[in-house]
Design a protein around this ligand. Structure first.
Ligand code: SF4
Ligand code: SF4
Length: 363
C-alpha cells in the first residue's frame, strides 16, 4: 500500500494531529485532505509537502499511527527535481554541491580536524556537520574521551547526506552515502562509527546495518563525567530531538548523564517533543513557519520556569540561538564537558550572513 493510500485509508480526519502541529494548523488541513489533494494532483496541495517538518509528532499523537512524514517524504521524491534542485537555499545544504554551507563555514572559521584523523583507525568519531561547525572544541574533547576508552579512534568529518534524503533527492543521497561515507570508512579500516548527532545516528544506523556498528558516545562519557551535577543551579529543561522521538536512545542517555541536575520537563517532551523549526528544511520554502515552531518551544520552556534549555542536537541549538539569542540554550556536551561553543557567531548573525552570501553567489 502506498503512503498516500495508507493515509487515506487510516486517517479519520479526527483533527488530533492538526491541533498539535504548527504546519497542519497553519494550512488548516487534515492529513487525509492532503493525501486526497496529492492524489488529485492539486498544485496548491503539492506545495505543502515542503512545509512539513518531517518531525513525526502527528504519528505520535494519532490513534491510527498515520505516518504523515513518510507520506510527505515520498511525495517530495516525486517532485524534488522541480522544486529543489534549482533552489539556492536547498542547494547550500547539499554536501555534493560546490557551495555547500558547512564546507564554507568551516573554512571561514578555520575548523580542521586533520590532527585527530590518522590514516587508519578502527572507531570513527563522526561529529556530523552541525557539531563540527558549532562546537569544534566539543569534537576534540569527545574524541579524547573516546581515544582513552576505545583506543584506535579518528575523527571522520563528513556530512551523512540526510539533507539530500529529506529533500527527496534519494539517488543523490545514496550516491553520497556509498561514494563518500562508506568509502571513507572502508579506506580508513573502520569497524564502528560513534556519533553524537541524533540526525546522523538515526539516518546512518539502518543504512550501515551489518557493515558498521553505529553508537552514541554518551555511555562512554558517563564514566568520564562521573556524577555530573548542576548543584540545583541552573534548573534545566531538555529539548528532545525529533529523530529520537520513537526510540528515545539519546533522550534517555542524556537524562542519565544529567541525573545530578534538577530537570523540569516541558509539556511536549520525549515521544511528543516539538520540532525546533529546522526539520525538513522548511525554512527554504517558508520563512515564517520555522519561527512559529521555535516560538512554540520557547513558550513551553518559559512555562517550566527552568533557566536553561539543554539540547542534544547542534542543529536544534543553532535554530534556537538564531531565533531568540537571549534565551539560554546549551548543548548537553558543552555543559558536561565544560567546553565552549560558537553560539556567539550565530547570535551576531554571522552565520546567517554567510548563508545569504553563498545563496547570492551561487552559479
Ligand atoms: S490524528 Fe490521525 S486520524 Fe486524526 S486527523 Fe491526524 S492523521 Fe488523521
Ligand atoms: S510530520 Fe510534523 S510537521 Fe509534518 S504533519 Fe506531522 S506533526 Fe506536522
Amino acid at each position: 500500500m502506498s503512503a498516500l493510500t495508507s493515509t487515506m485509508d487510516k486517517c479519520t480526519s479526527c483533527g488530533l494531529c492538526v491541533e498539535e502541529c504548527v504546519f497542519l494548523k497553519a494550512v488548516s488541513k487534515t492529513p487525509r485532505a492532503i493525501a486526497e489533494g496529492l492524489v488529485r494532483g492539486d498544485e496548491e496541495v503539492r506545495g505543502l509537502q515542503f512545509l512539513c517538518f518531517l518531525c513525526g509528532l502527528c504519528k505520535a499523537v494519532c490513534p491510527n499511527q498515520v505516518d504523515v512524514a513518510e507520506m510527505m517524504l515520498r511525495s517530495r521524491r516525486d517532485s524534488a527535481d522541480l522544486n529543489v534542485q534549482q533552489n539556492p537555499c536547498y542547494r547550500v545544504n547539499f554536501p555534493d554541491e560546490p557551495a555547500f554551507l558547512i564546507g564554507a563555514l568551516k573554512e571561514r572559521m578555520d575548523i580542521d580536524f586533520s590532527e585527530h584523523s590518522p590514516s587508519k583507525f578502527k572507531h570513527a568519531f563522526f561529529p556530523g556537520c552541525s557539531m563540527a561547525c558549532f562546537s569544534p572544541k566539543a569534537v576534540v574533547k569527545v574524541y579524547e574521551v573516546l581515544a582513552e576508552e576505545l583506543g584506535e579512534v579518528g575523527v571522520l568529518d563528513l556530512c551523512c547526506g540526510k539533507p539530500l534524503h529529506d529533500s527527496g533527492l534519494e539517488s543523490r543521497a545514496r550516491a553520497w552515502l556509498e561514494g563518500r561515507v562508506v568509502a571513507e570508512l572502508k579506506r580508513r579500516g573502520c569497524e564502528a562509527l560513534v556519533t553524537a548527532c541524533p540526525n546522523c545516528f538515526y539516518y546512518l544506523k539502518p543504512r550501515l546495518w551489518g557493515r558498521f556498528k553505529v553508537s552514541t558516545p554518551y555511555g562512554l562519557l558517563r564514566r568520564t563525567v562521573g556524577g555530573f551535577g548542576c548543584g540545583g543551579d541552573p534548573i534545566l529543561t531538555i529539548h528532545d530531538s525529533c529523530p529520537d522521538r520513537f526510540e528515545g536512545i539519546f533522550g534517555e542517555q542524556v537524562r542519565k548523564v544529567l541525573s545530578g541536575c534538577r530537570i523540569l520537563e516541558m509539556r511536549h517532551s520525549k515521544t511528543k517533543t516539538l520540532c525546533c523549526g529546522a526539520g525538513g528544511l522548511v525554512s527554504c520554502s517558508n520563512a515564517v513557519l520555522p519561527l512559529t515552531m521555535a516560538s512554540a518551544r520557547f513558550s513551553e520552556f518559559a512555562e517550566t520556569g527552568a533557566s536553561l534549555m539543554v539540547v542534544y542536537c547542534y542543529t536544534c541549538a543553532n535554530m534556537f540561538w538564531s531565533a531568540k539569542p537571549n534565551v539560554e540554550v546549551k548543548h548537553a556536551l558543552n555543559l558536561v564537558l565544560n567546553v565552549g561553543d560558537n553560539s556567539e557567531l550565530v547570535k551576531r548573525g554571522e552565520v546567517g550572513r554567510l548563508i545569504m552570501d553563498l545563496m547570492t553567489n551561487q552559479g
